[in-house]
Design a protein around this ligand. Structure first.
Ligand SMILES: NC(=O)c1ccc[n+]([C@@H]2O[C@H](COP(=O)([O-])OP(=O)(O)OC[C@H]3O[C@@H](n4cnc5c(N)ncnc54)[C@H](OP(=O)(O)O)[C@@H]3O)[C@@H](O)[C@H]2O)c1
Length: 317
């Protein structure tokens, strides 16, 4: 009886871990089979997330249309994907040059995309431009460029590909957004505004398309670590050092991010389960979104205090 009592806990841990492992493996395999032969368009396949999505969907047997601003870089990605793939289980990707801020050319690019396979099953709106600075220091011209790349570009491409999805009564549109599409972070006004606009647009579109069998999903990470940066450990305050402000604590937590490969796997799961909205963030960042919604004055006070503190530090330099 005594030995049984001692053994039961480790046994339970082993059994639960085994079940979880099998569950994850089966769902991963199922996700991959869901995209087999599907025509998947990735806008900006060259960013960290874009490359990882290309790898994951290519390995899953999707027929990829890889879009980006630089043909040479697209060709390098093409070679890399083909060199590791099993030719009997994968399709060679098609490459399409696309600059989303060149809104007037997007209709032609959409035609080129449709000409690749005659249809689009999954559109991953991933490309995006960022800018950092105070509102006074960012010119209106840059504000407009950001809106073109992050809002008008993706919605123009989506509108151009939509008739094809509607006529086939099937399709999935993914917007890779940012938690800044839900809350405004100081010194990123143009980027946050473009991400808010895109989120609003795709939320409305989701409701409009439901009856036509076309699914709209948004995936919002808080922060993505590219591979050339060291992985950040979960931030811990220094021993015996109390955080100097709530904002400092919050901004450190918001900055705790995920790897592009994790975002790509999550996008694959989102496609598989037809999830509508996904946040890839730690609980503090998620809590910030809820605080912004239910206690806006508290959120604004914390953010304003953070800006004041930053200005004080800069004045002291
Ligand atoms: N990085 C983060 O911390 C973070 C956090 C949350 C969400 N996200 C979102 O995740 C997605 C991918 O982010 P990422 O970090 O992997 O990429 P990233 O480092 O932000 O790079 C953006 C990519 O988009 C391309 N791009 C910019 N403007 C474009 C345009 N007008 N047309 C076509 N391509 C354009 C860039 O190409 P060039 O370099 O040649 O300009 C670059 O390859 C984006 O939607 C981003 O907003 C990022």
């Amino acid at each position: 009886m005594g030995i049984m009592a001692v053994l039961i806990l480790p046994l339970l841990v082993v059994v639960i871990s085994g079940v979880l492992y099998i569950y994850r493996t089966v769902t991963q395999l199922m996700s991959k089979s869901v995209v087999r032969s599907k025509v998947v368009v990735i806008t900006d396949a060259l960013s960290g997330v874009g490359k990882e999505c290309s790898r994951v969907f290519h390995a899953g047997g999707a027929r990829l249309v890889l879009c980006g601003k630089h043909l040479e870089k697209l060709e390098t990605l093409y070679d890399a994907l083909n060199s590791v793939a099993d030719p009997s289980a994968t399709f060679t990707p098609k490459l399409v040059l696309l600059d989303l801020s060149d809104v007037n050319c997007i209709q032609d690019v959409a035609k080129e995309i449709l000409d690749c396979y005659g249809c689009v099953d999954i559109l991953i709106n991933n490309a995006s431009t960022k800018v950092k600075g105070t509102v006074q220091n960012i010119s209106l011209e840059i504000d407009k460029k950001i809106m073109d790349a992050n809002y008008f570009g993706p919605i123009t491409l989506t509108k151009a590909l939509l008739p094809n999805m509607l006529s086939r009564r099937t399709g999935q549109i993914i917007l890779v957004n940012n938690i800044q599409g839900k809350l405004g972070v100081p010194f990123r006004a143009a980027y946050a505004a473009s991400k808010h606009a895109a989120l609003g647009f795709f939320d409305c579109l989701r409701a409009e398309l439901q009856e036509f069998g076309v699914c709209v999903s948004t995936v919002a990470p808080s922060f993505i670590h590219s591979y050339d940066t060291q992985p950040l450990p979960e931030p811990h305050p220094q021993p015996n050092k109390v955080e100097s402000s709530v904002w400092k604590y919050l901004s450190r937590k918001l900055a705790y991010g995920v790897r592009p490969a994790e975002v790509a796997e999550e996008i694959l799961r989102t496609v598989n389960r037809k999830k509508q909205e996904v946040f890839l963030a730690n609980p503090i960042a998620k809590a910030a979104v809820y605080i912004r919604t239910f206690f806006p004055e508290l959120f604004f006070a914390v953010v304003a205090a953070g800006v004041k503190e930053k200005q004080k530090i800069e004045d002291e330099k």
